[in-house]
Design a protein around this ligand. Structure first.
Ligand SMILES: Cc1cc2nc3c(=O)[nH]c(=O)nc-3n(C[C@H](O)[C@H](O)[C@H](O)COP(=O)(O)OP(=O)(O)OC[C@H]3O[C@@H](n4cnc5c(N)ncnc54)[C@H](O)[C@@H]3O)c2cc1C
Length: 381
């Protein structure tokens, strides 16, 4: 019987599997996708400096950086609001790091992780969607479509939704907002400069991605529908109008689509013989780019808890409680930080615009405050 069965070898599940490769444990990972395939090839992930350190330790970062266009460093972030005072420029040099974060291609990261898992000889079974997990006090059994049963001391759910585990309650909060995402080209190179701009319609993030920008614009459902219906030129004109003099050279857009913004989290993220990590544990609003980084730290802390446990203790209530305790401050801090930022920055009531301006002005004017804020975004709350 395997010690650990990981359901979902996406970026988070694969990171856990790889981190356990040399620990002398019997680990099996099951993924619904076919070998070499990825379901989210066009998505980019916002990685913190802390996430880079994890991938460096796993020997994945070098391969990723060597892939053309896979990693774009964010060197500065310009934070401002349309129609209000106050702005802040966060710079990597403020915290003595080469970059504030990185925009990484999901496809390239998944390929680098898959290749590393293969090199390390980890047992990854592709084309194995798991329908459900049954648990007893002594073991968890993943039941794949077609009926195959894989029993282990501990089942780790990293399927991106938590759909595979029944015993875990999920709390869902719908923000009633929609994210319109896509790509936009600029006449001048981005030079590693990202933007977070608060506009009357909702916040817009521009993230440097290869030679262009990726954008995430949070809108009400009605405004999102309207923005999606515009032709490309009219959409670029609307985006440019929201940026005013801050960025006047937006030229071309493509790849627009939308998704509803919700926060969902497992409460608690552990059940009998089961633990949920990554997006299966919490799905966050993209406003602070914290979701993937938090998921990655789930994987890293779970690895540390597993390695510190005796084999017979894997999946026991004591081991799961120890993991949950270790994750508590970071997990709830990340959820609260993101939720708080949505309320402070996700609306444009005049009453909010003024304190927000004060906040941004203070952030820019007080170096220790700016440094703590930047470090929280880089390494976690
Ligand atoms: C629409 C959308 C857009 C996003 N955009 C961004 C962005 O621009 N930047 C950013 O930083 N983050 C973004 N995110 C968040 C980011 O995608 C997640 O944080 C990240 O993908 C989480 O990784 P994960 O490994 O937990 O889950 P996933 O990436 O979802 O991976 C889950 C894996 O599990 C497998 N799987 C699923 N079901 C089963 C099953 N039943 N049995 C076996 N295997 C299964 C899948 O094939 C997949 O490989 C976005 C999220 C969404 C929903």
């Amino acid at each position: 019987m395997p010690d650990i069965c990981i359901v979902g070898a996406g970026p988070v599940g694969a990171t856990l599997a790889l981190s356990l490769a040399d620990e002398g444990l019997d680990v099996v990972a099951l993924d619904a996708r076919a070998q070499g395939a990825t379901l989210r090839g066009d998505r980019s992930l916002a990685l913190s400096h802390g996430a880079r350190l994890i991938f460096e330790r796993l020997g994945v970062w070098r391969a990723l950086e060597a892939t053309p266009g896979a990693v774009t460093p964010i060197e500065r972030i310009d934070v401002s609001q349309a129609g209000g005072f106050g702005s802040a420029l966060l710079e990597a040099s403020d915290v003595g790091l080469p970059a504030l974060g990185y925009v990484v291609s999901y496809l390239a990261l998944q390929e680098a992780l898959d290749a590393a898992l293969e090199r390390a000889g980890v047992d990854v079974r592709y084309g194995k969607p798991v329908d459900r997990i049954e648990a007893t006090p002594s073991l968890a059994t993943a039941i794949a479509s077609g009926g195959e049963r894989i029993a282990a001391r501990l089942a780790v759910v990293a399927d991106g939704t938590g759909a595979a585990c029944d015993g875990i309650e999920r709390v869902r909060h719908d923000y009633g907002q929609v994210a319109v995402i896509g790509k936009v080209e600029t006449a001048k190179p981005h030079a590693g400069l990202a933007y977070e701009r608060f506009t009357p319609d909702g916040p817009i993030a521009l993230l440097p991605e290869g030679a262009h920008y990726g954008f995430v614009w949070t809108l009400s459902p009605a405004h999102a529908q309207e923005a999606l219906a515009l032709d490309d030129d009219a959409f670029v004109a609307r985006l440019a109008a929201r940026f005013g003099r801050r960025r006047t050279d937006l030229t071309r857009t493509w790849g627009r689509k939308s998704f509803p913004l919700v926060m969902e989290f497992a409460r608690p993220a552990v059940a009998t013989r089961i633990v949920a990590i990554g997006n299966a544990s919490q799905t966050l609003h993209p406003i602070a780019g914290q979701g993937f980084n938090l998921g990655l730290r789930d994987a890293w802390d779970l690895k540390r808890t597993i390695v510190a446990s005796a084999r017979d203790d894997l999946g026991t209530p004591a081991m799961l409680a120890s993991y949950a305790m270790r994750r508590r401050p970071d997990r709830w801090g990340g959820i609260a930080l993101t939720h708080g930022l949505v309320h402070l920055f996700g609306t444009d009531l005049p009453l909010v615009r003024w304190p927000r301006g004060v906040g941004l002005a203070l952030l820019d004017a007080i170096p220790p405050l700016k440094k703590s804020f930047t470090r929280a975004m880089l390494f976690g709350a």
